[in-house]
Design a protein around this ligand. Structure first.
Ligand code: NAD
Length: 477
Protein backbone atom coordinates (compact mmCIF):
# COMPACT_ATOMS: atom_id res chain seq x y z
CA UNK A 1 0.00 0.00 0.00
CA UNK A 2 1.33 3.45 -0.87
CA UNK A 3 0.37 6.31 1.35
CA UNK A 4 0.52 9.56 -0.58
CA UNK A 5 2.90 12.13 0.85
CA UNK A 6 0.63 15.18 0.69
CA UNK A 7 3.21 17.42 2.36
CA UNK A 8 5.71 16.85 -0.39
CA UNK A 9 3.11 17.71 -3.02
CA UNK A 10 2.27 21.04 -1.36
CA UNK A 11 5.75 22.58 -1.68
CA UNK A 12 4.66 24.36 -4.84
CA UNK A 13 3.11 27.83 -4.33
CA UNK A 14 -0.41 27.34 -5.61
CA UNK A 15 -1.22 31.06 -5.43
CA UNK A 16 1.84 31.79 -7.54
CA UNK A 17 0.50 29.38 -10.17
CA UNK A 18 -2.78 31.31 -10.31
CA UNK A 19 -0.89 34.62 -10.62
CA UNK A 20 1.06 33.14 -13.52
CA UNK A 21 -2.16 32.12 -15.27
CA UNK A 22 -3.50 35.63 -14.73
CA UNK A 23 -0.39 37.29 -16.18
CA UNK A 24 -0.40 34.96 -19.18
CA UNK A 25 -3.96 36.07 -20.00
CA UNK A 26 -3.58 39.76 -19.12
CA UNK A 27 -1.21 40.37 -22.05
CA UNK A 28 -4.12 39.76 -24.41
CA UNK A 29 -6.23 42.50 -22.78
CA UNK A 30 -5.87 46.25 -22.97
CA UNK A 31 -6.75 47.45 -19.49
CA UNK A 32 -4.78 49.91 -17.33
CA UNK A 33 -2.27 48.24 -14.99
CA UNK A 34 -4.20 49.56 -11.94
CA UNK A 35 -7.34 47.75 -13.10
CA UNK A 36 -5.41 44.51 -13.67
CA UNK A 37 -3.78 44.76 -10.22
CA UNK A 38 -7.18 45.30 -8.59
CA UNK A 39 -8.54 42.18 -10.30
CA UNK A 40 -5.46 40.04 -9.65
CA UNK A 41 -4.76 40.24 -5.90
CA UNK A 42 -6.81 39.21 -2.85
CA UNK A 43 -8.97 42.00 -1.35
CA UNK A 44 -9.08 40.61 2.21
CA UNK A 45 -7.16 37.84 3.93
CA UNK A 46 -8.23 36.88 7.45
CA UNK A 47 -6.14 34.44 9.45
CA UNK A 48 -7.57 33.40 12.79
CA UNK A 49 -6.73 31.17 15.74
CA UNK A 50 -9.37 30.09 18.22
CA UNK A 51 -9.55 27.67 21.14
CA UNK A 52 -11.74 24.58 21.20
CA UNK A 53 -12.17 22.31 24.21
CA UNK A 54 -11.93 18.64 23.26
CA UNK A 55 -12.08 15.98 26.00
CA UNK A 56 -11.04 18.45 28.72
CA UNK A 57 -8.08 19.66 26.64
CA UNK A 58 -7.86 23.01 24.89
CA UNK A 59 -6.77 22.84 21.25
CA UNK A 60 -5.90 25.96 19.29
CA UNK A 61 -7.24 25.80 15.74
CA UNK A 62 -5.78 27.74 12.82
CA UNK A 63 -8.23 28.85 10.12
CA UNK A 64 -8.63 31.26 7.21
CA UNK A 65 -11.18 33.13 5.15
CA UNK A 66 -10.03 34.96 2.03
CA UNK A 67 -12.25 37.24 -0.04
CA UNK A 68 -10.47 37.66 -3.33
CA UNK A 69 -12.76 40.05 -5.16
CA UNK A 70 -15.62 42.36 -4.15
CA UNK A 71 -16.54 43.46 -7.68
CA UNK A 72 -19.79 41.59 -7.11
CA UNK A 73 -21.41 40.72 -3.79
CA UNK A 74 -21.80 38.42 -2.00
CA UNK A 75 -18.46 36.70 -2.33
CA UNK A 76 -18.66 32.94 -2.55
CA UNK A 77 -16.41 29.94 -1.99
CA UNK A 78 -16.12 26.62 -0.20
CA UNK A 79 -14.66 25.75 3.19
CA UNK A 80 -11.86 23.19 3.19
CA UNK A 81 -11.08 21.01 6.21
CA UNK A 82 -7.61 19.49 5.98
CA UNK A 83 -4.53 19.33 8.17
CA UNK A 84 -2.54 20.79 5.26
CA UNK A 85 -4.61 23.99 4.90
CA UNK A 86 -2.40 27.07 4.62
CA UNK A 87 -2.74 30.72 3.61
CA UNK A 88 -1.18 30.27 0.16
CA UNK A 89 -3.65 27.53 -0.72
CA UNK A 90 -6.72 29.44 0.52
CA UNK A 91 -5.63 32.56 -1.40
CA UNK A 92 -5.17 30.53 -4.58
CA UNK A 93 -8.56 28.85 -4.21
CA UNK A 94 -10.27 32.19 -3.50
CA UNK A 95 -8.75 33.71 -6.64
CA UNK A 96 -9.86 30.72 -8.73
CA UNK A 97 -13.41 31.26 -7.42
CA UNK A 98 -13.46 34.83 -8.75
CA UNK A 99 -12.44 33.74 -12.25
CA UNK A 100 -14.72 30.68 -12.15
CA UNK A 101 -17.80 32.73 -11.20
CA UNK A 102 -17.10 35.29 -13.90
CA UNK A 103 -16.56 32.61 -16.55
CA UNK A 104 -19.92 30.92 -15.89
CA UNK A 105 -21.83 34.17 -15.25
CA UNK A 106 -22.50 33.53 -11.57
CA UNK A 107 -22.82 37.07 -10.11
CA UNK A 108 -20.53 36.62 -7.11
CA UNK A 109 -17.02 37.63 -6.14
CA UNK A 110 -14.60 34.84 -5.22
CA UNK A 111 -13.74 33.67 -1.70
CA UNK A 112 -12.49 30.56 0.10
CA UNK A 113 -12.11 29.28 3.63
CA UNK A 114 -9.89 26.72 5.25
CA UNK A 115 -9.61 25.11 8.67
CA UNK A 116 -6.48 23.22 9.65
CA UNK A 117 -8.06 20.01 10.91
CA UNK A 118 -8.19 16.44 9.67
CA UNK A 119 -11.86 15.51 9.27
CA UNK A 120 -10.98 11.82 9.02
CA UNK A 121 -9.16 11.80 12.37
CA UNK A 122 -11.57 14.00 14.31
CA UNK A 123 -14.76 13.07 16.12
CA UNK A 124 -18.09 14.49 14.99
CA UNK A 125 -18.31 16.44 18.25
CA UNK A 126 -14.93 18.08 17.68
CA UNK A 127 -15.80 18.96 14.07
CA UNK A 128 -19.11 20.48 15.16
CA UNK A 129 -17.42 22.61 17.85
CA UNK A 130 -14.81 23.81 15.35
CA UNK A 131 -17.36 24.56 12.63
CA UNK A 132 -19.61 26.54 14.95
CA UNK A 133 -16.70 28.51 16.47
CA UNK A 134 -15.28 29.22 12.99
CA UNK A 135 -18.70 30.60 11.98
CA UNK A 136 -18.75 32.87 15.05
CA UNK A 137 -15.26 34.15 14.15
CA UNK A 138 -16.58 35.02 10.67
CA UNK A 139 -19.66 36.74 12.15
CA UNK A 140 -17.40 38.85 14.40
CA UNK A 141 -15.52 40.15 11.34
CA UNK A 142 -18.64 40.54 9.14
CA UNK A 143 -17.26 37.90 6.78
CA UNK A 144 -20.40 35.79 6.45
CA UNK A 145 -23.98 36.66 5.45
CA UNK A 146 -26.43 36.24 2.55
CA UNK A 147 -25.31 39.55 1.00
CA UNK A 148 -21.72 39.53 2.27
CA UNK A 149 -19.91 36.20 1.90
CA UNK A 150 -21.57 32.80 1.41
CA UNK A 151 -19.49 29.65 2.10
CA UNK A 152 -20.18 26.19 0.64
CA UNK A 153 -18.67 22.69 0.98
CA UNK A 154 -15.22 21.84 -0.36
CA UNK A 155 -12.61 19.14 0.33
CA UNK A 156 -13.41 17.54 3.71
CA UNK A 157 -16.75 19.29 4.31
CA UNK A 158 -20.33 18.62 3.21
CA UNK A 159 -24.01 19.28 3.93
CA UNK A 160 -23.59 18.48 7.64
CA UNK A 161 -21.02 21.25 8.18
CA UNK A 162 -23.15 23.70 6.17
CA UNK A 163 -26.16 22.95 8.40
CA UNK A 164 -24.04 23.68 11.51
CA UNK A 165 -22.85 26.97 9.96
CA UNK A 166 -26.34 28.06 8.97
CA UNK A 167 -27.74 27.19 12.41
CA UNK A 168 -24.98 29.18 14.15
CA UNK A 169 -25.44 32.17 11.83
CA UNK A 170 -29.24 32.11 12.36
CA UNK A 171 -28.80 32.07 16.14
CA UNK A 172 -26.89 35.37 15.88
CA UNK A 173 -29.38 36.85 13.35
CA UNK A 174 -32.78 35.71 14.63
CA UNK A 175 -34.77 38.36 12.74
CA UNK A 176 -32.99 37.98 9.40
CA UNK A 177 -35.52 36.41 7.00
CA UNK A 178 -32.73 35.45 4.60
CA UNK A 179 -30.39 33.98 7.23
CA UNK A 180 -30.56 30.51 5.67
CA UNK A 181 -28.91 31.91 2.51
CA UNK A 182 -25.67 32.49 4.50
CA UNK A 183 -24.27 29.17 3.20
CA UNK A 184 -25.09 26.81 0.32
CA UNK A 185 -24.73 23.06 -0.03
CA UNK A 186 -27.14 22.58 2.90
CA UNK A 187 -29.18 19.42 3.49
CA UNK A 188 -32.39 19.28 1.44
CA UNK A 189 -34.65 19.58 4.47
CA UNK A 190 -32.80 22.67 5.64
CA UNK A 191 -32.89 25.02 2.65
CA UNK A 192 -30.78 22.90 0.29
CA UNK A 193 -31.59 22.33 -3.35
CA UNK A 194 -32.11 19.16 -5.38
CA UNK A 195 -29.00 18.39 -7.40
CA UNK A 196 -26.42 20.29 -5.29
CA UNK A 197 -24.64 17.16 -3.97
CA UNK A 198 -23.87 15.88 -7.46
CA UNK A 199 -23.53 19.33 -9.08
CA UNK A 200 -19.75 19.55 -9.44
CA UNK A 201 -19.43 15.99 -10.78
CA UNK A 202 -22.37 16.54 -13.11
CA UNK A 203 -20.80 19.76 -14.37
CA UNK A 204 -17.57 17.83 -15.07
CA UNK A 205 -19.61 15.34 -17.07
CA UNK A 206 -21.50 18.04 -19.03
CA UNK A 207 -18.24 19.86 -19.80
CA UNK A 208 -16.40 16.81 -21.16
CA UNK A 209 -19.55 15.71 -23.02
CA UNK A 210 -19.75 19.07 -24.78
CA UNK A 211 -16.10 18.85 -25.93
CA UNK A 212 -16.79 15.43 -27.42
CA UNK A 213 -20.03 16.66 -29.01
CA UNK A 214 -18.05 19.09 -31.17
CA UNK A 215 -16.78 16.90 -34.06
CA UNK A 216 -13.87 19.28 -34.82
CA UNK A 217 -12.61 19.11 -31.19
CA UNK A 218 -13.04 15.34 -30.85
CA UNK A 219 -11.20 14.81 -34.16
CA UNK A 220 -8.30 17.04 -33.04
CA UNK A 221 -7.72 14.61 -30.17
CA UNK A 222 -8.05 11.54 -32.36
CA UNK A 223 -11.33 10.59 -30.69
CA UNK A 224 -14.77 9.78 -32.05
CA UNK A 225 -17.66 12.03 -30.99
CA UNK A 226 -19.71 11.14 -27.91
CA UNK A 227 -18.95 9.81 -24.44
CA UNK A 228 -19.99 6.21 -25.10
CA UNK A 229 -17.11 3.71 -25.02
CA UNK A 230 -14.46 6.22 -23.89
CA UNK A 231 -11.97 4.95 -21.30
CA UNK A 232 -11.67 7.07 -18.17
CA UNK A 233 -9.35 7.20 -15.14
CA UNK A 234 -10.59 8.96 -11.99
CA UNK A 235 -8.31 10.19 -9.19
CA UNK A 236 -10.20 10.72 -5.90
CA UNK A 237 -13.51 8.99 -5.21
CA UNK A 238 -14.94 11.74 -3.00
CA UNK A 239 -17.88 13.97 -3.73
CA UNK A 240 -16.68 15.31 -7.09
CA UNK A 241 -14.90 12.16 -8.32
CA UNK A 242 -17.70 9.78 -7.41
CA UNK A 243 -20.45 11.76 -9.12
CA UNK A 244 -18.38 12.46 -12.22
CA UNK A 245 -17.54 8.73 -12.44
CA UNK A 246 -21.19 7.78 -12.01
CA UNK A 247 -22.44 10.11 -14.76
CA UNK A 248 -19.71 8.95 -17.17
CA UNK A 249 -20.48 5.29 -16.36
CA UNK A 250 -24.25 5.81 -16.81
CA UNK A 251 -23.58 7.43 -20.20
CA UNK A 252 -21.72 4.32 -21.41
CA UNK A 253 -18.07 5.25 -20.72
CA UNK A 254 -15.63 2.73 -19.18
CA UNK A 255 -14.12 3.74 -15.81
CA UNK A 256 -10.92 1.70 -16.21
CA UNK A 257 -9.17 2.87 -13.03
CA UNK A 258 -9.88 4.68 -9.79
CA UNK A 259 -7.15 6.07 -7.53
CA UNK A 260 -7.65 6.83 -3.85
CA UNK A 261 -5.41 7.71 -0.91
CA UNK A 262 -4.76 4.06 0.00
CA UNK A 263 -4.06 2.87 -3.56
CA UNK A 264 -5.52 2.44 -7.04
CA UNK A 265 -7.58 -0.27 -8.75
CA UNK A 266 -7.79 -1.21 -12.43
CA UNK A 267 -10.13 -3.17 -14.68
CA UNK A 268 -9.84 -2.68 -18.45
CA UNK A 269 -13.51 -3.68 -18.93
CA UNK A 270 -14.71 -0.95 -16.61
CA UNK A 271 -15.62 -0.47 -12.93
CA UNK A 272 -19.03 0.33 -11.47
CA UNK A 273 -18.43 3.52 -9.40
CA UNK A 274 -21.41 2.91 -7.10
CA UNK A 275 -20.15 -0.56 -6.24
CA UNK A 276 -16.59 0.71 -5.68
CA UNK A 277 -17.91 3.56 -3.53
CA UNK A 278 -19.89 1.09 -1.38
CA UNK A 279 -16.75 -1.05 -1.04
CA UNK A 280 -14.68 2.00 -0.07
CA UNK A 281 -17.14 2.97 2.67
CA UNK A 282 -17.29 -0.55 4.11
CA UNK A 283 -13.51 -1.20 3.95
CA UNK A 284 -12.12 2.28 4.52
CA UNK A 285 -10.32 2.20 1.18
CA UNK A 286 -10.57 0.77 -2.32
CA UNK A 287 -7.62 -1.68 -2.33
CA UNK A 288 -8.45 -5.39 -2.83
CA UNK A 289 -11.80 -4.53 -4.46
CA UNK A 290 -12.74 -8.01 -5.77
CA UNK A 291 -13.52 -7.04 -9.40
CA UNK A 292 -10.23 -5.24 -10.11
CA UNK A 293 -6.44 -5.47 -9.92
CA UNK A 294 -4.51 -3.42 -7.34
CA UNK A 295 -1.91 -1.00 -8.67
CA UNK A 296 1.30 -0.94 -6.69
CA UNK A 297 1.40 2.85 -6.44
CA UNK A 298 -1.75 4.99 -6.42
CA UNK A 299 -0.13 7.67 -8.62
CA UNK A 300 0.48 5.03 -11.34
CA UNK A 301 -3.20 5.32 -12.24
CA UNK A 302 -2.55 8.80 -13.62
CA UNK A 303 -0.11 7.33 -16.14
CA UNK A 304 -2.42 4.64 -17.53
CA UNK A 305 -3.49 4.44 -21.16
CA UNK A 306 -6.94 6.12 -21.37
CA UNK A 307 -8.95 8.66 -23.34
CA UNK A 308 -9.86 10.92 -20.42
CA UNK A 309 -8.09 11.51 -17.11
CA UNK A 310 -10.13 13.15 -14.34
CA UNK A 311 -8.01 14.33 -11.38
CA UNK A 312 -10.68 14.94 -8.70
CA UNK A 313 -8.61 14.93 -5.50
CA UNK A 314 -6.34 17.89 -4.82
CA UNK A 315 -3.90 20.36 -6.38
CA UNK A 316 -0.37 19.66 -7.73
CA UNK A 317 -1.07 16.03 -8.70
CA UNK A 318 0.35 16.29 -12.22
CA UNK A 319 3.71 18.00 -12.07
CA UNK A 320 6.97 18.26 -14.00
CA UNK A 321 8.08 14.80 -12.80
CA UNK A 322 5.08 12.79 -14.05
CA UNK A 323 3.60 14.96 -16.86
CA UNK A 324 5.66 13.29 -19.62
CA UNK A 325 4.29 9.88 -18.55
CA UNK A 326 0.62 10.89 -18.94
CA UNK A 327 -1.07 9.09 -21.85
CA UNK A 328 -4.60 10.56 -21.66
CA UNK A 329 -5.87 12.62 -24.61
CA UNK A 330 -8.06 14.84 -22.42
CA UNK A 331 -7.38 15.97 -18.86
CA UNK A 332 -10.52 17.25 -17.17
CA UNK A 333 -9.52 19.28 -14.11
CA UNK A 334 -12.29 18.33 -11.68
CA UNK A 335 -10.11 19.30 -8.69
CA UNK A 336 -8.74 22.80 -8.25
CA UNK A 337 -5.20 23.17 -9.57
CA UNK A 338 -4.35 19.48 -10.20
CA UNK A 339 -1.91 20.35 -13.03
CA UNK A 340 1.05 22.64 -12.28
CA UNK A 341 2.08 25.26 -14.90
CA UNK A 342 5.30 23.29 -15.58
CA UNK A 343 3.32 20.11 -16.22
CA UNK A 344 0.84 21.97 -18.37
CA UNK A 345 3.65 23.11 -20.67
CA UNK A 346 4.80 19.50 -21.17
CA UNK A 347 1.26 18.24 -21.71
CA UNK A 348 0.34 20.93 -24.23
CA UNK A 349 3.46 20.11 -26.25
CA UNK A 350 2.27 16.50 -26.31
CA UNK A 351 -1.11 17.67 -27.66
CA UNK A 352 -3.16 16.87 -24.54
CA UNK A 353 -6.42 18.84 -24.34
CA UNK A 354 -6.71 20.33 -20.83
CA UNK A 355 -10.10 21.48 -19.61
CA UNK A 356 -9.19 24.03 -16.92
CA UNK A 357 -10.56 23.87 -13.37
CA UNK A 358 -12.12 27.34 -13.48
CA UNK A 359 -14.37 25.98 -16.21
CA UNK A 360 -14.78 22.30 -15.50
CA UNK A 361 -15.56 22.29 -11.76
CA UNK A 362 -17.83 25.36 -11.90
CA UNK A 363 -20.94 23.16 -11.55
CA UNK A 364 -20.78 23.36 -7.76
CA UNK A 365 -20.87 27.14 -7.56
CA UNK A 366 -23.47 27.32 -10.34
CA UNK A 367 -25.94 25.16 -8.40
CA UNK A 368 -24.95 26.96 -5.18
CA UNK A 369 -26.10 30.13 -6.95
CA UNK A 370 -29.43 28.43 -7.71
CA UNK A 371 -29.71 27.40 -4.04
CA UNK A 372 -29.01 30.97 -2.90
CA UNK A 373 -31.66 32.28 -5.33
CA UNK A 374 -34.14 29.73 -3.96
CA UNK A 375 -33.33 30.75 -0.36
CA UNK A 376 -33.72 34.49 -0.91
CA UNK A 377 -36.93 34.03 -2.93
CA UNK A 378 -38.29 31.60 -0.30
CA UNK A 379 -39.88 29.27 -2.84
CA UNK A 380 -38.91 25.96 -4.42
CA UNK A 381 -38.17 26.10 -8.16
CA UNK A 382 -41.09 24.67 -10.15
CA UNK A 383 -43.63 25.07 -7.34
CA UNK A 384 -45.66 27.74 -9.11
CA UNK A 385 -45.53 26.52 -12.68
CA UNK A 386 -45.43 22.71 -12.60
CA UNK A 387 -49.20 21.92 -12.51
CA UNK A 388 -49.99 24.66 -15.03
CA UNK A 389 -47.31 23.31 -17.37
CA UNK A 390 -48.72 19.77 -16.99
CA UNK A 391 -52.23 20.99 -17.87
CA UNK A 392 -50.95 22.84 -20.94
CA UNK A 393 -49.05 19.72 -22.04
CA UNK A 394 -52.19 17.62 -21.50
CA UNK A 395 -54.08 20.01 -23.82
CA UNK A 396 -51.35 19.44 -26.44
CA UNK A 397 -51.54 15.62 -26.24
CA UNK A 398 -55.36 15.78 -26.46
CA UNK A 399 -55.14 18.05 -29.52
CA UNK A 400 -52.61 15.68 -31.16
CA UNK A 401 -54.92 12.70 -30.52
CA UNK A 402 -57.96 14.55 -31.89
CA UNK A 403 -56.14 15.84 -34.98
CA UNK A 404 -54.45 12.51 -35.79
CA UNK A 405 -57.39 10.31 -34.83
CA UNK A 406 -55.04 7.90 -33.03
CA UNK A 407 -54.17 7.40 -29.36
CA UNK A 408 -50.70 8.13 -27.93
CA UNK A 409 -49.17 5.38 -25.78
CA UNK A 410 -48.91 5.90 -22.01
CA UNK A 411 -45.12 6.27 -22.39
CA UNK A 412 -45.51 9.01 -25.05
CA UNK A 413 -48.12 10.82 -22.93
CA UNK A 414 -45.99 10.70 -19.76
CA UNK A 415 -43.01 11.99 -21.70
CA UNK A 416 -44.88 15.04 -23.01
CA UNK A 417 -47.20 15.80 -20.10
CA UNK A 418 -44.67 15.73 -17.26
CA UNK A 419 -44.04 19.13 -15.61
CA UNK A 420 -40.52 20.10 -14.55
CA UNK A 421 -39.40 19.21 -11.00
CA UNK A 422 -36.82 21.32 -9.15
CA UNK A 423 -34.11 18.78 -10.06
CA UNK A 424 -35.00 18.96 -13.80
CA UNK A 425 -34.66 22.75 -13.70
CA UNK A 426 -31.36 22.58 -11.81
CA UNK A 427 -29.90 20.04 -14.27
CA UNK A 428 -31.15 22.09 -17.22
CA UNK A 429 -29.66 25.33 -15.82
CA UNK A 430 -26.35 23.60 -15.14
CA UNK A 431 -26.11 22.01 -18.58
CA UNK A 432 -26.90 25.34 -20.25
CA UNK A 433 -24.23 27.05 -18.11
CA UNK A 434 -21.53 24.48 -18.96
CA UNK A 435 -22.30 24.50 -22.69
CA UNK A 436 -22.39 28.31 -22.94
CA UNK A 437 -19.14 28.76 -21.01
CA UNK A 438 -17.34 26.12 -23.09
CA UNK A 439 -18.22 27.89 -26.30
CA UNK A 440 -17.23 31.33 -24.94
CA UNK A 441 -13.83 29.92 -23.96
CA UNK A 442 -13.48 28.00 -27.23
CA UNK A 443 -14.45 30.95 -29.45
CA UNK A 444 -11.93 33.26 -27.73
CA UNK A 445 -9.26 30.57 -28.15
CA UNK A 446 -10.06 30.21 -31.85
CA UNK A 447 -10.40 33.94 -32.59
CA UNK A 448 -7.18 35.11 -30.92
CA UNK A 449 -4.61 33.06 -32.76
CA UNK A 450 -1.90 33.96 -30.21
CA UNK A 451 -3.76 32.61 -27.15
CA UNK A 452 -1.81 29.41 -26.47
CA UNK A 453 -4.35 27.25 -24.63
CA UNK A 454 -7.83 26.90 -23.24
CA UNK A 455 -6.88 27.95 -19.69
CA UNK A 456 -5.45 31.26 -20.90
CA UNK A 457 -8.57 31.73 -22.96
CA UNK A 458 -10.79 31.03 -19.90
CA UNK A 459 -8.83 33.66 -17.92
CA UNK A 460 -9.13 36.18 -20.79
CA UNK A 461 -12.93 35.75 -20.83
CA UNK A 462 -13.15 36.06 -17.01
CA UNK A 463 -10.82 39.02 -16.57
CA UNK A 464 -12.68 40.83 -19.32
CA UNK A 465 -16.04 40.33 -17.61
CA UNK A 466 -14.66 41.51 -14.23
CA UNK A 467 -13.06 44.56 -15.84
CA UNK A 468 -16.40 45.47 -17.44
CA UNK A 469 -18.05 45.20 -13.99
CA UNK A 470 -15.51 47.63 -12.54
CA UNK A 471 -16.02 50.00 -15.48
CA UNK A 472 -19.79 49.83 -14.98
CA UNK A 473 -19.29 50.69 -11.31
CA UNK A 474 -17.50 53.83 -12.51
CA UNK A 475 -14.34 52.91 -10.61
CA UNK A 476 -12.12 52.81 -13.69
CA UNK A 477 -13.37 55.32 -16.29
P1 NAD B 1 -13.75 15.06 -0.96
O1 NAD B 1 -13.09 15.23 0.35
O2 NAD B 1 -15.19 14.70 -0.98
O3 NAD B 1 -13.00 13.95 -1.86
C1 NAD B 1 -11.64 13.95 -2.19
C2 NAD B 1 -11.20 12.50 -2.34
O4 NAD B 1 -9.88 12.47 -2.89
C3 NAD B 1 -11.17 11.73 -1.02
O5 NAD B 1 -11.88 10.52 -1.18
C4 NAD B 1 -9.68 11.51 -0.76
O6 NAD B 1 -9.42 10.31 -0.05
C5 NAD B 1 -9.12 11.47 -2.16
N1 NAD B 1 -7.70 11.84 -2.28
C6 NAD B 1 -7.03 12.81 -1.64
N2 NAD B 1 -5.75 12.86 -2.06
C7 NAD B 1 -5.61 11.86 -2.97
C8 NAD B 1 -4.53 11.40 -3.77
N3 NAD B 1 -3.34 11.99 -3.70
N4 NAD B 1 -4.75 10.36 -4.61
C9 NAD B 1 -5.96 9.79 -4.71
N5 NAD B 1 -7.03 10.19 -3.98
C10 NAD B 1 -6.86 11.21 -3.12
O7 NAD B 1 -13.48 16.42 -1.76
P2 NAD B 1 -14.29 17.00 -3.00
O8 NAD B 1 -15.34 17.92 -2.49
O9 NAD B 1 -14.66 15.90 -3.91
O10 NAD B 1 -13.18 17.94 -3.67
C11 NAD B 1 -12.18 17.41 -4.54
C12 NAD B 1 -11.56 18.53 -5.34
O11 NAD B 1 -12.60 19.20 -6.08
C13 NAD B 1 -10.87 19.62 -4.53
O12 NAD B 1 -9.79 20.14 -5.29
C14 NAD B 1 -11.95 20.70 -4.40
O13 NAD B 1 -11.40 21.98 -4.17
C15 NAD B 1 -12.58 20.58 -5.78
N6 NAD B 1 -13.93 21.13 -5.87
C16 NAD B 1 -14.93 20.64 -5.07
C17 NAD B 1 -16.22 21.16 -5.22
C18 NAD B 1 -17.38 20.61 -4.44
O14 NAD B 1 -18.53 20.99 -4.74
N7 NAD B 1 -17.18 19.71 -3.48
C19 NAD B 1 -16.47 22.19 -6.14
C20 NAD B 1 -15.43 22.65 -6.94
C21 NAD B 1 -14.16 22.10 -6.79
Amino acid sequence: MTVVNLKEQREHSFFNDVLQYFDRAAVFLEYPQGMLDQIKYCNSVYRMRFPVKVKDKIEVIEAYRVEHSHHKLPTKGGIRFSKFVNQDEVMALAALMTFKCALVDVPFGGAKGGVKVSPRRSSKEKLEKITRRYTVELIKKNMIGPGIDVPAPDYGTGAREMAWMSDTYSAFHPTDLDAIACVTGKPLGHGGIQGRTEATGLGVFYGVKEVLNVPEDAKKMGLTTGIEGKSIVIQGLGNVGFWAAKFFHDAGARIVAIAELDGAIYNKDGLDPEDVFRYKRENNGILDYPKAKNLANTNEALELECDILIPAALENQIHSKNAHKIKAKIIGEAANGPVTPEAEKILLEKGVYILPDIYLNAGGVTVSYFEWLKNISHVRFGRLGKRYEMQMNRNITQTIEQASGSKLTKFQKDLIERGAEEKDLVYSGLEETMITAYHQMRETFKEHKKIPDLRTSAFVVSINKIAVSYENLGIFP
